[in-house]
Design a protein around this ligand. Structure first.
Ligand code: FES
Length: 163
């Protein structure tokens, strides 16, 4: 399944400014604005941060400071396939931590990071709603249940076919 995010080229500064305008009146608008912009683009490129600052009439450094402080904001583009490792209780007690550690070793990144070749972004997430299949990982739009560390190579190979 191809990435569902818009590409940077498809999103305009005007769309970002429209998000700013819609949220401007609410208290503490910066985080919801950045969240909406990230959902639209898939990450927070420099031009979008500049546009948010322009729309709010505040320094770019202030916007960047908030965007870089919170781990859920991405300042680099996500990988082609997002791998989410469920760390909810049901998955955790069935080995999610070992699965996450194994993926970190195989991919050479920590949770929250993207591989250098931009193939994968690895994330540790809360319950994905498939507890009966625990432990669960989600690659793109595909949910994999009863995952073991020995199944990970095959799952990673299948990601290339998803794209
Ligand atoms: S705890 Fe993992 S799917 Fe619910």
């Amino acid at each position: 399944m191809p990435c569902q995010c818009s590409t940077v080229e498809e999103v305009t500064e005007e769309q970002v400014l429209e998000i700013v305008r819609r949220n401007q009146g609410r208290p503490g608008p910066l985080i919801p604005i950045l969240d909406e912009v990230q959902n639209l683009i898939g990450w927070l490129p420099k031009w979008a941060i500049v546009a948010v600052a322009k729309g709010l009439g505040i320094p770019v450094a202030d916007v960047y400071g908030v965007a870089s402080f919170y781990h859920f904001f991405r300042l680099v583009p996500p990988g082609k396939t997002k791998i989410q490792v469920c760390m909810g209780t049901a998955c955790y007690v069935r080995g999610a931590k070992q699965i996450l550690e194994s993926l970190e070793r195989k991919l050479g990144v920590h949770a929250g990071e993207t591989t250098a070749d931009r193939r994968f972004t690895l994330e540790a997430v809360r319950c994905v709603g498939a507890c009966s299949l625990a432990p669960v990982i989600v690659t793109g739009d595909v949910t994999h249940g009863s995952v073991t560390t020995t199944k990970l190579d095959k799952i990673l190979e299948s990601c290339d076919r998803q794209g």
